[in-house]
Design a protein around this ligand. Structure first.
Ligand code: ATP
Ligand code: MG
Ligand code: MG
Length: 367
């Protein structure tokens, strides 16, 4: 059988591996952390830092095709790896999406709206950008942030110097605050022939900047859905996408959309696809990078996905015995730290309101 190499051993890699193994692939993973989620499902584990040149070489030697489960990979190293390995997604996709400045330039360049923003390199830049964009606004580090880490929401000009501490992590962007009605995401997948699919848009609810719940299908108009697909397609074309791209968007009260950010991989808001679609985002990703024909992404049944953070594990473990209709996924992480993504629950439903009530009444996610 063929071997798929994955850079990164987190839960996204694990779910990719599980999908690939169903299709008969062997899995090799590069991951520094012992016992990380994907290492438990991989056939070959290379335990080393992501940018270790020897380890990458080793991964190339055992893999027929290499993919990644996160975007913070060393770009130059990945480019070099392309000389000795087959990496159909390419390195350019990583270079752009790992830096908010390049990412926003690319999206805006594709003719798709992003929140008005300015590149911030100094505290003076910040003062000037606040004057131009107005407040509220959010300052974000260009690289390295996730789950709202590396962000500062500014409501008053007096907060500028405190926010400017983020410049210690490198260049930033200041974004105008978009008073959105809801947040949605669209996951677009493209194989090397250019065949393209869209998974049904998810409506995403965040708590403390961490995804809490996805509701599918998103409660948006046909027009908004169409606009979301068109935006995703334009971005995918600009990025010469192969594989999976998750596109996070804000929907405004008038149904307009702004792109928040993109990720060149399966995404937390697409976990519902495992149960709710004929192919999961992970299976489709594997098909895309192997240049297999893509499967239909049609929604078999509406779904709600709820994240299980460290503080929810106990409640969810208990619920297993009482909620036969809940599909429970745990990622095999042993330390249930607060706010750490430990798993998720997906519930297929023909009665959204009842399901949301059921989740609420379980008190697992209420403080
Ligand atoms: P992740 O990569 O884990 O999704 P992140 O750290 O990259 O998160 P963002 O997606 O940039 O963070 O922002 C987190 C959340 O903050 C968004 O989902 C949204 O709720 C809110 N937010 C971010 N930027 C804006 C904005 N310009 N206007 C309104 N809300 C925003
Ligand atoms: Mg992000
Ligand atoms: Mg985000």
């Amino acid at each position: 059988g063929k071997t798929i190499g994955i850079i990164g051993g987190g839960q996204l890699g694990r779910m990719m591996a599980l999908a690939a193994k169903e299709a008969g692939f062997r899995i090799a993973v590069l991951e520094p952390a012992e016992g990380a989620p994907c290492t438990q499902t991989a056939d070959i584990v290379i335990q080393a830092p992501y940018n270790d040149q020897n380890a990458l070489k080793q991964l190339a030697e055992v893999s027929d095709v290499i993919t990644y489960e996160f975007e913070n990979i060393d770009y130059e190293g990945l480019k070099e790896l392309m000389n000795i390995a087959y990496i159909p997604q390419g390195a350019e996709l990583i270079r752009i999406t790992q830096n908010r400045i390049f990412e926003k330039e690319a999206i805006a360049g594709a003719g798709v709206p992003v929140a008005p923003y300015r590149v911030i390199k100094t505290e003076d830049d910040l003062e000037q950008a606040i004057a131009e964009l107005g407040l509220p606004a959010v300052l974000k580090t260009a690289t390295g942030g996730y789950d709202g880490k590396g962000q500062f929401v500014l409501r008053e000009t007096s907060q500028a110097s405190k926010a400017a501490a983020l410049l210690g992590h490198g260049d930033c962007v200041l974004e105008q605050w978009i008073p959105f009605e809801k947040e949605i995401s669209v996951i677009i997948t493209r194989n090397t022939e250019g065949e393209t699919t869209y998974f049904p848009a998810a409506e995403n609810i965040h708590i403390d900047n961490i995804l809490h719940e996805s509701i599918v299908p998103a409660r948006i108009s046909k027009e908004t859905k169409q606009a979301a697909h068109e935006a995703a397609e334009k971005i995918a074309s600009t990025l010469s996408l192969v594989g999976t791209l998750a596109v996070e968007m804000f929907v405004t009260l008038d149904g307009g959309i702004y792109i928040n950010e993109v990720a060149p991989r399966p995404h937390n808001s697409g976990h519902y696809t495992i149960e709710a679609c004929g192919i999961s985002q992970f299976g489709q990703h594997i098909r895309a990078i192997c240049n297999w024909p893509l499967k239909s992404t049609a929604l078999l049944k509406p779904a709600v996905m709820v994240n299980v953070l460290g503080e929810h594990v106990e409640g969810v473990t208990h619920a297993i015995t009482q909620k036969p209709e809940w599909s429970i996924h745990l990622y095999g992480k042993d330390e249930a730290k607060e706010k750490r993504k430990m798993g998720h629950v997906t519930i297929l439903t023909d009665n959204l309101e009842e399901t949301l009530n059921d989740i609420e009444n379980s008190h697992i996610w209420t403080k």
